[in-house]
Design a protein around this ligand. Sequence first.
Ligand SMILES: Nc1ncnc2c1ncn2[C@@H]1O[C@H](COP(=O)(O)OP(=O)(O)O)[C@@H](O)[C@H]1O
Length: 238
Amino acid sequence: MSAVNVFSLVGPPGSGKTTQAARLAAAVGEALGSPVLRASVPALLRGEPDITARLTPHQRVRVAEAREAAHAYADRGELMPTELDRVILELVCRVGRSEPVVLDSVPRGCEQARLLLASGLAHTKLMVLHLRAPDDPFEFSMRRQLARAASRGEAPVTAQHLLRMTRKAHVYAEQTLPGLADIARTGTRLADFDADAPVDRVAQEIREYLVRRGALPPLRAVASTGVGAARQGAGPCS
Ligand SMILES: Nc1ncnc2c1ncn2[C@@H]1O[C@H](COP(=O)(O)OP(=O)(O)O)[C@@H](O)[C@H]1O
């Protein structure tokens, strides 16, 4: 399979990546009549069976070696070790030859963007779908993360939790956006979607975009709404 079949959702923490990844995996699976692998660094770390089953023995060892440090980074809301992104990208390069893949939060920073571009996926098989904050990405991310904590019964949040949310929101502004700017400059397919639109609308706009770009077959009886394609301002990776 040489057409686009790797879809990566990126955006600020709380922007709806996990929500949309589930929708997109279902839509892609239905449209292409194929099971879809959902992959992310946290899922790799959790040892999700779908992912673990596809790892080589050597990749399992590398994940195990990175696990302790990764948990400490995640607790602080910092980017996890790049080694885990390497494993994910190796996996996707191999699996993506035959199966559709939905990636969650790849790339999250400049180093990850460089790895992604070096992987060879970018010009052939990949589409990056960016859930863009409508206004200030930091404020938007904090609002959404706090709402998510409340919906999980975690309110009031602890100081440590609040610090983690804050760091994650900073990582997006300071590392993810510059990484995306680097990716956009290479001509990789990258589109922005309004993360503040209702969940169904975001899902529909993503699907319509993928149909327009030929990554999915035409939908039946779906109203055309267009895609917000404005790029969020971001400087390059330094
Ligand atoms: N379009 C949306 N509008 C309003 N709330 C949303 C939307 N998408 C997701 N959410 C909610 O925002 C929170 C974060 O969503 P999630 O998918 O976990 O984000 P991410 O994976 O980007 O961190 C969840 O409580 C989710 O239900």
